[in-house]
Design a protein around this ligand. Structure first.
Ligand code: ARG
Length: 460
């Protein structure tokens, strides 16, 4: 059977190679709920404006619902010659109710139909992603009280830098995922505009009511220019970007925890149900989930690239190239969903290796900057204090001892302002307590942030 989109103008039937080249049913079948919802809203509008009768509408709606249940139940034959999910559903409708079914596509094109369906799908998928991000934020927040007693090294250049409270790390990720959630909210506004009724490219001469279908489909508004709308895939590209950012955050976190779970770091132990073993080395507990999170993020970023390249050279308006938008779009959502679903229990269930962390926390001179700032408070210019503390750290390194164990006299040789009260800021515990600025790891700042996030995420 030939595609119903081939009108009387064709003098040859479709080559079988084109059929399999051009089909999209293998991936766009997952739009069937959205397609049926869109068609029912469209048919209802056609009835309101008098383009079809009330009986036509009832018949179309009931048959579409019947088809939906059959697809739900997996009883829906795929026929490649019908190209995509839109033609599949419409063809079965016509097979069942004949001429009434032939009226459904009045004042509509697959171009606005596919955009409508995809926007509804993306909107729902963004909401699911947001809910998972919230759960992940809650998993990090749940750790905060539990890990308040732990001091970790903060790194720059992966070299030990300054001491921070462990919850300061968890709050850092909560902030990143909050920005991701804000991007979702923002992107959703542009996704949530109804394209239905722009028809193919120029609109229609028929008296349709676009506002009606938009509100029936819970869109916030209607798009203003048919040429723009027919070509517009910004909403897909933006969603792919939002997902690429989430993947980037997850990948960085995964890399960090992979390092932290090495014998060399020994900061964290992951729940064994999310680790794998080695077929030859019996001692291995490998962090494959995190490695795959890092690895799969590459594909999510690649999908964004694919979508950018897909659209960049297209003249207005719809071009068939655009059919290629769905595999990368779906893949990005599926991949990020799977990554988040695993990150949540890993974050909640991993255990900091308190003893191992504490045993080495005085290594690496994490309190050197605090000592420098102590001197600045005594009136020493920053550059001078920086140089002096460098020399003091050099002495301590030679003796292989932490700053807190260096005799006061040795320190005074480099900075005469130093006296016994310096002990109050030496050692990581004291150094952490000495912080004060907003956004720092000062214990009162961290407590405030935890309280603030508890309130924010409770309301969410
Ligand atoms: N399967 C197509 C897509 O996803 C539907 C639109 C086809 N439109 C057309 N004029 N050939 O883009």
């Amino acid at each position: 059977m030939d595609s119903p989109s081939r009108s009387g103008v064709f003098q040859a039937s479709t080559d079988a190679r084109l059929e399999s080249f051009a089909e999209s049913i293998s991936f766009d079948r997952r739009l069937y709920h959205q397609d049926i919802r869109g068609s029912i809203a469209h048919a209802s509008m056609l009835q309101s404006v008098g383009l079809i009768s009330a009986q036509d509408f009832t018949q179309i709606r009931d048959t579409l619902k019947e088809i939906e249940s059959e697809i739900d139940a997996g009883q829906f034959p795929i026929r490649l010659e019908l190209e995509d999910i839109h033609m599949h559903i419409e063809s079965v409708l016509i097979e069942r109710i004949g001429d009434v079914g032939r009226k459904l596509h009045t004042a509509r094109s697959r171009n606005d139909q596919v955009s409508t369906d995809t926007r509804i799908w993306v909107r729902e998928a963004l909401d699911r992603t947001d809910a998972l991000l919230l759960q992940l934020q809650r998993a990090f927040l749940g750790r905060c009280e539990r890990d308040l007693d732990v001091i970790l090294p903060a790194y720059t250049h992966l070299q030990r830098a300054q001491p921070v409270l462990a919850p300061h790390y968890w709050l850092a990720y909560i902030e990143k995922f909050q920005r991701d959630r804000e991007r979702i909210t923002d992107c959703r506004v542009r996704v949530n505009q109804s394209p239905l009724g722009i028809a193919a490219v120029a609109g229609t001469t028929l008296p349709i009511d676009r506002e009606q279908t938009a509100s029936a489909l819970d869109f916030q508004g209607i798009t203003a220019n048919s040429l723009d709308t027919s070509s517009d895939r910004d909403f897909i590209q933006e969603s792919a970007f939002v997902l690429a950012m989430i993947a980037s955050h997850l990948s960085g976190w995964a890399e960090e925890w992979i390092l932290w779970s090495t014998v060399e770091f020994n900061f964290i132990k992951m729940p064994h149900q999310f680790c794998t073993g080695s077929s030859i080395m019996p001692q291995k507990v490998n962090p494959d989930t995190l490695e795959l999170t890092r690895g799969k993020s590459a594909r999510v970023m690649g999908n964004l690239q694919t979508l950018m390249l897909l659209v960049k050279n297209l003249p207005l308006a719809y071009n068939r190239d655009l059919q290629e938008d769905k595999p990368p779009l779906f893949d990005s959502f599926d991949t990020v969903t799977a990554m988040l679903e695993l990150a949540i229990p890993i974050v909640a269930g991993s255990e900091l290796q308190r003893d191992a962390i504490a045993a080495r926390i005085e290594e690496g001179y994490l309190d050197a900057t605090t000592l420098m700032e102590w001197l600045i408070r005594k009136g020493v210019p920053q550059r001078t204090a920086h140089h002096a503390v460098g020399a003091i750290v050099g002495e301590a390194m030679k003796q292989r001892i932490p700053l807190a164990e260096l005799p006061i006299q040795t320190m005074q040789r480099h900075a005469e302002q130093i006296d016994e009260s310096i002990r109050e800021v030496l050692g990581t515990q004291n150094a952490v307590a000495a912080f004060s600025s907003y956004g720092s790891t000062a214990p009162h700042q961290v407590h405030d942030q935890i309280r603030r996030w508890n309130e924010r995420l409770d309301d969410a």
